[in-house]
Each structure stands twice: as structure tokens, then as C-alpha cells.
Design a binder for this molecule. Structure first.
Ligand SMILES: Cc1ncc(COP(=O)(O)O)c(C=O)c1O
Length: 393
């Protein structure tokens, strides 16, 4: 769809608004399925943050199975609304939410809470024991690599070796209210780091080399950990790895039972930077142009939706249609965002300027609803988590 088409679609609507192009999202879903080989793909909810969109993705293929939740409270909220097969991917200290999840386990839901330390076991076991349930656990294996002078990966789990994993798994045996039956290893430095950033040829080459070496190393670590846990008598019903940016690589590893993907459905700008991944922009927002301070510059109302993580220009939203650029000294502002165009697109007061967010799910924290576009027509309006009164992180 070109700008003229979008302008017609948005005519008469209050801006700002957020949109999801379902045709693009479904094309991205097919790309992710193809990249994932034959494995099931768990949906990372943090990168979607709308129940309606989660349901839609799950309906697209039987290979989209289960949700990777980002908080215990979110998993509980989803479980209460009919979702099942919920992996809470990060440790929690939220006792009320865990109590709620214990009730869900009692009611027969499949779910797992994430652990990487004895402290997590102590906290969860007391709550599970009180509730009279055996709580299923997933062990988070660190998948970072250490190269001379460089920690290549995230700082999350301290469990770095098969031996450490077995030691923690053995410790779960001291708690009758806990049962370890899943393993997750997320290779963030491969799945979440683009290797084809524009204009950064040398850096891209370095990243590609580091990622190749890192994957060989951490994939061995994950396989050996699975083998060691199985040899110690732990039957793992779920072995999860990967993310949008690593599906084609992670799926080659023997032993994994599933992959994860979330960002690839909306395809925000950070996912334009992957050599082997061609996705279509499927979500974004439209701001109203409200003033013209100089020739070929229009200033929009709002727009300062900066992505989280280490800061840099790549975390700013990008003007998409008409194609333009943010201005270096202002960026995307809380209330005013100027956009500079190479050729004046001749906009009138209130005309939309379309933007894409750098990351996927964070867009939904700024909007109560998503306007769904299908076959070039404006369709249904569906709520985001925020639109349902929820804001988990
Ligand atoms: C544990 C875990 N798995 C998988 C992912 C991949 O998610 P996405 O596909 O949205 O990048 C993430 C993202 O941060 C994650 O934290």
C-alpha cells in the first residue's frame, strides 16, 4: 500500500493511532514457519501484547503452539481468559500471581515457571505447598559466550554448564511441591542482534563471525545439558530455544522440542537488520502533521515512542510513509516530532505520517487499540493489553 492509499484509509480518524496489517502479519507468520523447519513455535507475548492478535496467530497454523509469557501476572490473566500452555520465561517474585497460577495448575492448565537458583526454588515451593500443588518448573540455561574482552550475550541466568544445571535440578528434589520438567536456553546474542545493519559493513562482518562461533559453542552446551539432565533422571517435556532472529539456525539443533518467536510477526525496524530474514512491516502508528516550520519539514503531534534497551538512534521510531527522516537534534519528541523530507510531500493540517517502532510489543503500551487492515481496507478495532486495562511491564 502506498501513502495515498494509507491516507484514504485513515481519513477522518483521530490520530495518533496504531495499526496492524494482517496480510503482512500473515506473510511474516509463513516466513517464520519456514525458517523454523518442522518445530513448533511458541509465541513471545511481550512482542504482541494483544489477546486478539495472539488468538489470530495461534489460529494460523497448528505449529504455533503455546505462549511465552513475560510475567506471572500476565500468564495468570491469560490463563483466566482461556489460554493454555504458558511458559513464564523470566523468574518472578510476585507471590499473589504465583498463588493464582497454582490454582490454574490445579484446574489442569499446562504452565511452567522459570528458575535459575535455589532462591527461586525456596520462594515457589512455599507457595505451591500452601496451594497443595506440584508446580512445573523450567530451568533457564545461560547461552552467552565469553570471548577475550567481550561478554557476548545477556546477563540473566547464572546456570552456565551442564553440571550447574544438574546441581540445580537435583536441588528441586528437596521440594516435593516442585517438579523440573523443562529447559529453556535463549541465545539472545544471535536471535536479537541484527547482522546486516545499513552502513555498518565491518561491524556486520564481526557480528556474523561472533554469532557463528557463539552458536557452535552454546548449541553444544544446550545439547550436553539436556543429555546430562536426562541421564540424571529428569524427563524434559519441553526444550525451548531461539527467537525471531535465530529460527533458521536454532532449528538445526538436535533435541529441541520447540522454538520461540514474537517480534517477527509485527516486524519492527530492528528486524530489518538480519541477513537471512525478509519480513514485511506489519505494525506501526500514524501521527497527525500539525505544523510546517520550514520547507519540506512537517511537525507531528506526539511520537516519542523510544524502544527499550541500550540507547542509540536505532531505538527511535522511523518515519515510514511518506519516506522521511527524524531530525538529529530533536528525534521523536514527547509532544512534537519534526520529520524532514527530501521532497516536500505537500501535506495538509491533520494528514497522517506513518511510523514504525524499533521494537514489537512496546508499541502496544502507547495505544488502547489496534486498527486492523485487511486487503487494503480498514477492518476491526481490537484492544491491546493496555486497552484491556493491563500493563504488566
Ligand atoms: C527468553 C526469550 N526467548 C525468546 C525471545 C525472542 O522473542 P522475539 O522473537 O520477540 O525477539 C526473547 C526475547 O527477548 C526472550 O527473552
Amino acid at each position: 500500500m502506498n501513502y495515498t492509499h494509507w491516507k484514504q484509509l485513515l481519513a477522518g480518524r483521530s490520530l495518533p493511532l496504531a495499526w496492524v496489517d494482517l496480510d503482512a502479519l500473515e506473510a511474516n507468520a509463513q516466513t517464520l514457519l519456514a525458517q523454523g523447519g518442522n518445530l513448533p513455535i511458541r509465541i513471545a507475548t511481550k512482542s504482541i501484547r494483544s489477546r486478539a492478535i495472539l488468538e489470530h496467530i495461534l489460529s494460523l497454523s497448528p505449529r504455533f503452539q503455546g505462549l511465552m509469557c513475560y510475567t506471572a501476572a500476565e500468564a495468570l490473566w491469560l490463563a483466566e481468559r482461556g489460554f493454555d500452555d504458558l511458559l513464564v520465561a523470566y523468574p518472578t517474585a510476585d507471590a499473589a500471581a504465583v498463588r493464582g497460577l497454582c490454582t490454574q495448575v490445579q484446574a489442569g492448565k499446562r504452565l511452567w515457571l522459570m528458575v535459575d537458583s535455589v532462591a527461586h526454588l525456596g520462594f515457589l515451593s512455599v507457595l505451591a505447598e500452601d496451594a497443595g500443588v506440584v508446580l512445573p518448573l523450567c530451568l533457564d540455561l545461560d547461552m552467552s559466550s565469553t570471548f577475550p574482552g567481550l561478554h557476548f550475550g545477556v546477563q540473566r541466568s547464572p546456570v552456565r554448564t551442564p553440571e550447574a544445571a544438574v546441581a540445580l535440578a537435583e536441588a528441586t528434589r528437596n521440594y516435593p511441591s516442585l517438579r523440573l520438567d523443562a529447559l529453556m536456553g535463549y541465545e539472545a546474542q544471535i536471535a536479537g542482534v541484527g547482522d546486516a545493519a545499513p552502513g555498518e559493513t565491518l561491524k556486520n562482518k564481526v557480528i556474523q563471525t561472533l554469532q557463528r562461533r557463539s552458536f557452535a559453542q552454546v548449541s553444544q552446551r544446550r545439547q550436553k545439558t539436556v543429555q546430562a539432565l536426562q541421564a540424571a533422571g529428569f524427563e524434559l517435556s519441553l526444550i525451548n530455544g531461539g527467537g525471531t532472529g535465530s529460527l533458521s539456525r536454532t532449528t538445526t539443533e538436535p533435541g529441541l522440542t520447540e522454538l520461540t518467536a514474537g517480534s517477527g510477526f509485527y516486524a519492527p525496524t530492528l528486524f530489518d537488520r538480519y541477513q537471512h530474514l525478509q519480513l514485511q512491516p506489519a505494525a506501526g502508528f500514524a501521527l497527525a502533521a500539525v505544523r510546517k516550520p520550514a520547507p519540506a519539514i512537517y511537525t507531528c503531534l506526539g511520537g516519542g515512542y523510544i524502544a527499550s534497551g541500550s540507547t542509540g538512534p536505532e531505538k527511535l521510531p522511523q518515519p515510514w510513509l511518506p519516506p522521511g527522516q527524524l531530525m538529529g537534534l530533536e528525534g521523536a519528541g514527547e509532544v512534537q516530532t519534526p520529520v524532514q523530507f527530501a521532497v516536500d510531500p505537500v501535506l495538509e493540517l491533520g494528514d497522517p505520517i506513518l511510523f514504525r517502532h524499533a521494537k514489537a510489543g512496546e508499541l502496544c503500551e502507547h495505544f488502547t487499540h489496534l486498527h486492523l487492515v485487511r486487503d487494503g481496507e480498514m477492518g476491526e478495532l481490537v484492544p491491546t493489553y493496555r486497552g484491556e486495562g493491563q500493563s504488566f511491564l
